[in-house]
Design a protein. Sequence first.
Length: 100
Amino acid sequence: MSDDAPKSAVELAMQRLRQKDREAGVEDRPVSEEQKSALAEIRKVYEAKLAEREILYHSKLRGLPDPEARATLEQEYQRDRDRLGAERDRKVDEIRRGGK
Protein backbone atom coordinates (compact mmCIF):
# COMPACT_ATOMS: atom_id res chain seq x y z
CA MET A 1 0.00 0.00 0.00
CA SER A 2 1.34 3.42 -0.93
CA ASP A 3 1.97 6.14 1.64
CA ASP A 4 0.10 8.53 -0.67
CA ALA A 5 -3.20 6.70 -0.20
CA PRO A 6 -5.89 8.59 1.71
CA LYS A 7 -5.91 7.83 5.43
CA SER A 8 -8.84 7.62 7.79
CA ALA A 9 -9.13 9.95 10.78
CA VAL A 10 -8.16 7.05 13.06
CA GLU A 11 -5.02 6.33 11.04
CA LEU A 12 -4.03 10.01 11.12
CA ALA A 13 -4.63 10.22 14.88
CA MET A 14 -2.58 7.06 15.51
CA GLN A 15 0.22 8.43 13.32
CA ARG A 16 0.29 11.67 15.35
CA LEU A 17 0.28 9.72 18.64
CA ARG A 18 3.20 7.53 17.48
CA GLN A 19 5.08 10.67 16.47
CA LYS A 20 4.48 12.23 19.91
CA ASP A 21 5.69 9.02 21.55
CA ARG A 22 8.87 9.04 19.46
CA GLU A 23 9.50 12.68 20.37
CA ALA A 24 8.94 11.92 24.06
CA GLY A 25 11.29 8.95 23.91
CA VAL A 26 8.61 6.35 24.60
CA GLU A 27 9.78 2.95 23.49
CA ASP A 28 7.36 0.52 21.85
CA ARG A 29 8.32 -3.01 22.93
CA PRO A 30 6.21 -6.02 22.06
CA VAL A 31 5.04 -8.20 24.93
CA SER A 32 6.53 -11.71 24.97
CA GLU A 33 4.44 -14.85 25.41
CA GLU A 34 5.86 -15.28 28.91
CA GLN A 35 4.81 -11.72 29.79
CA LYS A 36 1.35 -12.31 28.31
CA SER A 37 0.95 -15.37 30.55
CA ALA A 38 2.10 -13.45 33.62
CA LEU A 39 -0.22 -10.55 32.81
CA ALA A 40 -3.18 -12.90 32.37
CA GLU A 41 -2.40 -14.59 35.70
CA ILE A 42 -2.16 -11.26 37.54
CA ARG A 43 -5.45 -10.07 36.07
CA LYS A 44 -7.12 -13.37 36.97
CA VAL A 45 -5.86 -13.24 40.57
CA TYR A 46 -6.96 -9.65 41.10
CA GLU A 47 -10.31 -10.27 39.44
CA ALA A 48 -10.86 -13.06 41.98
CA LYS A 49 -9.76 -10.84 44.87
CA LEU A 50 -12.15 -8.10 43.77
CA ALA A 51 -15.00 -10.60 43.42
CA GLU A 52 -14.28 -11.97 46.88
CA ARG A 53 -14.26 -8.46 48.34
CA GLU A 54 -17.56 -7.64 46.63
CA ILE A 55 -19.22 -10.77 48.02
CA LEU A 56 -18.02 -9.94 51.54
CA TYR A 57 -19.19 -6.35 51.16
CA HIS A 58 -22.71 -7.34 50.09
CA SER A 59 -22.88 -9.96 52.82
CA LYS A 60 -21.99 -7.44 55.52
CA LEU A 61 -24.21 -4.77 53.99
CA ARG A 62 -27.35 -6.89 54.39
CA GLY A 63 -26.84 -7.05 58.14
CA LEU A 64 -26.40 -3.30 58.66
CA PRO A 65 -29.55 -1.26 59.20
CA ASP A 66 -27.61 1.84 60.39
CA PRO A 67 -26.96 4.34 57.53
CA GLU A 68 -23.70 5.52 59.12
CA ALA A 69 -22.36 1.97 59.39
CA ARG A 70 -23.41 1.35 55.79
CA ALA A 71 -21.56 4.49 54.66
CA THR A 72 -18.44 3.42 56.57
CA LEU A 73 -18.61 -0.05 55.02
CA GLU A 74 -19.02 1.54 51.56
CA GLN A 75 -15.91 3.69 52.11
CA GLU A 76 -13.89 0.66 53.23
CA TYR A 77 -15.08 -1.29 50.20
CA GLN A 78 -14.11 1.51 47.80
CA ARG A 79 -10.70 1.85 49.49
CA ASP A 80 -10.11 -1.89 49.11
CA ARG A 81 -11.12 -1.79 45.44
CA ASP A 82 -8.82 1.17 44.79
CA ARG A 83 -5.92 -0.51 46.63
CA LEU A 84 -6.36 -3.79 44.76
CA GLY A 85 -6.64 -1.97 41.43
CA ALA A 86 -3.47 0.02 42.15
CA GLU A 87 -1.59 -3.16 43.15
CA ARG A 88 -2.73 -4.90 39.97
CA ASP A 89 -1.73 -1.94 37.79
CA ARG A 90 1.69 -1.69 39.48
CA LYS A 91 2.37 -5.38 38.86
CA VAL A 92 1.19 -5.14 35.24
CA ASP A 93 3.47 -2.13 34.62
CA GLU A 94 6.38 -3.96 36.23
CA ILE A 95 5.93 -6.95 33.94
CA ARG A 96 5.54 -4.76 30.85
CA ARG A 97 8.83 -3.05 31.70
CA GLY A 98 10.53 -6.42 31.75
CA GLY A 99 10.60 -7.13 35.48
CA LYS A 100 8.89 -9.98 37.27
